[in-house]
Write a protein that binds this ligand. Structure first.
Ligand SMILES: [Zn+2]
Length: 53
């Protein structure tokens, strides 16, 4: 699965272009390939669960 969506780090605009359509800043892939929201929240759940013993 490949996504060509990119995000401007400056203003947060999402675009398919290499430069932001809003401010002209260079865009980049918003998410690293291994990014997983489920894992991230799982990590926080574990921190909460075990962190307050
Ligand atoms: Zn921008």
């Amino acid at each position: 699965m490949t996504s060509k969506i990119k995000k401007c780090a400056k203003c947060g605009e999402y675009t398919l272009k290499d430069v932001c359509v809003r401010c002209g800043e260079r865009t980049h892939n918003p998410l690293p390939p291994r990014f997983s929201p489920a894992d991230r929240y799982g990590k926080y759940r574990r921190m909460i669960k075990y962190g307050r013993a």
